[in-house]
Write a protein of this length. Sequence first.
Length: 211
Amino acid sequence: MSVERVAAFAALAAVIIVIPGPSVLFVIGRALAYGRRVALITVVGNTVGAYLAVVLVAFGVGSIVERSLMAFTVLKLAGAAYLVHLGVQAIRHRHAMAAPDAGPVVARGTWQTMWEGLVVGVSNPKSFVFYAAVLPQFVDRSAGSVTAQMLLLGLLFTVMALICDSVWGLSAAGARTWFAGSPRRLAAVGGAGGLAMVGLGVTVAFTGRAD
């Protein structure tokens, strides 16, 4: 692939990534509810899930989601339900995070947290549609394997998203740390993070394709 083609894709990706979307809102909600550690692990899991979507698109699954309203709807509702579930869990356990020594470290396993981020990342149908619609536009069919080029472009996109989402997560976690001086305020922030995830899930469920 030519440097110019990759640079053009990177410029487009930067514009898309800096606009807060479902992944950013999810990370912010997790940062407010649980702190820096969980936010960063969530970013990693979400990024892995997003790249799995790239792999599936590169090997043809994305075209199915793009053309089938039923497949899009099923995936969308499953992802929305999972977001609501995670938000409700955060709200239920908000007082546990408001202990006098509360901080960013919360009793959540690394692999569990990463898995939750991965599920959200791979269950976003808009990612499939985006990758299926955009990645082929930057492929040079004379430059070799189309699948390999799509995987490379998708990797570039997800690495850029990883950096941007991490910044959002750290910023939100910093705000949570500021509230940590008051257990009551910290519990309120944890509840707000849970409500943000529930709201995101509801928004995802009621938005999408018009066809």
